[in-house]
Design a protein around this ligand. Structure first.
Ligand code: GAP
Length: 454
């Protein structure tokens, strides 16, 4: 197994702050644990990740439709789903240092008095584990009472189950079919979280795929492969990914089989996404608790049945972090080290940067004109006229911009620009009127040969 490289994580965190990907939330007040804000480049990165997920999971498929359900639902939802009683972490307290730790993750925790030791390795006396519910509780309305309690959803999935019949009746879908949604979820996580890997407020991309029970195995296999391939197709190195099956003890209360797509992070292998067989658990629970029968009537067999569910569930923040880590490379270049994020163009926050070679002779005006045209062609662009051209390339390499376009003297005479590609650093002369088409083609044909990977 490769050696963990924790310093890469520090490098990524510092790059994220310096270049405007991710900031500590409430930083000027000293921050708030496990909570982050996304800056101008980070928000573009997340948007690309969400678009790529939605495109592959919903837009390109005729058997999946979308949904956007509310964060606040009737509290009985969480009773029926099992989250009120089962969505817990085992916590222990140290009577000496007063620290509170996850009993099943002591190896990730540090004694508050002797941080070089894990709890239990020091002299501190630990309590017995207690179940701690991860859901955030709040109140609706003006009166705070037990009847006004609501929960911030800990997963987006339940909103999908609640709308199973609405979607069925309004969209003419029939099993096998899926309902997908992307949205915020909230968990009162106790363990510190390796930057945006584990947060209290995060975004999930989940899809519940409803199948006839006898097709369960086939679709589980399909979605395992499909979700693994999505990451590879968007440039994540295959050798850094694996599918790991959960053993019986690990399974969530609703699942009979689950596997994780794991990535080898600088802090070790970790879950990037889970694909779970949820059986008919949720639909049956909500049918029983609500009194509304969440079943499908098959007009061919004239039978009612409760579909089984295969659920691919990933975290958008974790995906964005994984794309960042996997794309990061440092390489020697003449007398310096080039830092480059080798993002797939579908994921890169900026697709094309436009530079005038010098700040005179009409070059800035022409560069602005070209940038405007590219914006209208729906590219995300960036204009830069400061510093030597080499420095400008380095700045774009560091944030993963696949192409830089330079306007020079010939552009004004012959209407031709220089397009420089990030990974090979090769340059091509391209007529301005063909530029958008050139970039569209280059993006569609993108593929990274193994030898150029960081
Ligand atoms: N509906 C199933 C479900 O929520 P999960 O494994 O608890 O399953 C799915 O969550 C994904 O959501 C995880 O694989 C991870 O990518 C992301 N996720 C979960 N907790 C997270 C947290 N505290 N911070 C960031 N992402 C998280």
């Amino acid at each position: 197994m490769a050696k963990p490289t924790p310093s890469l994580m520090d490098t990524i965190v510092s790059l994220c702050k310096r270049r405007g990907f991710v900031f500590q939330a409430s930083e000027i007040y000293g921050g708030i644990g496990n909570t982050y804000d996304y800056g101008p480049l980070g928000v573009e990165l997340k948007r690309r990740v969400k678009d790529a997920w939605w495109d592959r999971t919903v837009t390109r498929r005729s058997d999946v439709v979308g949904l956007d359900s509310a964060i606040l639902q009737n509290p009985r939802v969480w009773e029926a789903s099992g989250h009120l009683s089962n969505f817990t972490d085992p916590l222990i307290d140290c009577k000496t240092c007063k620290g509170r730790f996850r009993a099943d993750k002591l190896e990730d925790a540090h004694c508050l008095l002797k941080p070089s030791l894990h709890p239990g390795e020091c002299d501190g006396e630990l309590t017995e584990p207690r179940a701690f519910n991860l859901m955030f509780k709040t109140n609706v309305g003006a009166v705070e009472s037990s009847s006004s309690v609501v929960y911030l959803r800990p997963e987006t999935a339940q909103g999908i189950f609640l709308n199973f019949l609405n979607v069925l009746n309004s969209s003419r879908m029939k099993p096998p079919f899926g309902i997908a949604q992307i949205g915020k979820s909230f968990r009162n996580e106790i363990t510190p979280g390796n930057f945006v890997f584990r947060m209290r407020e995060f975004e999930q991309a989940e899809m519940e795929f409803f199948v006839p029970p006898d097709e369960n195995e086939r679709w589980y296999e399909f979605w395992r492969r499909e979700r693994f391939s999505w990451y590879v197709d968007l440039g994540i190195r295959e050798e850094k990914l694996r599918l790991r099956d959960h053993d019986q003890a690990e399974l969530a209360h609703y699942s009979t089989a689950t596997c994780d797509v794991e990535y080898e992070y600088p802090f070790g292998w970790g879950e990037l996404e889970g694909i779970a067989c949820r059986t008919d658990y949720d639909l049956k629970q909500h049918s029983a608790a609500s009194g509304t029968n969440l079943v499908y009537f098959d007009p061919q067999t004239k039978e009612h049945y409760t579909p089984y569910v295969i659920e691919p569930a990933g975290g958008i923040d974790r995906m964005a972090l994984t794309f960042l880590i996997d794309a990061y490379a440092e390489e020697p270049l003449e007398n310096e080290t080039r830092t480059v994020l080798r993002f797939h163009p579908e994921i890169a926050p900026i697709t094309v940067a436009v530079f005038p070679l010098v700040k005179k002779d009409g070059m800035p005006e022409k560069a602005h004109e070209i940038e405007d045209e590219l914006r209208r062609a729906r590219f995300t662009t960036f204009y830069d006229e400061k510093a030597a051209i080499g420095r400008r390339y380095r700045r774009q390499d560091e944030v993963g911009t696949p192409w830089c376009v330079t306007v020079d003297g010939d552009t004004l005479k012959e209407d031709v620009v220089t397009v420089r590609e990030r990974d090979s650093m090769q340059q091509a002369r391209v007529p301005v009127k063909e530029l958008a088409a050139y970039l569209v083609e280059a993006r569609a044909g993108w593929g990274r040969p193994a030898a150029t990977r960081g």
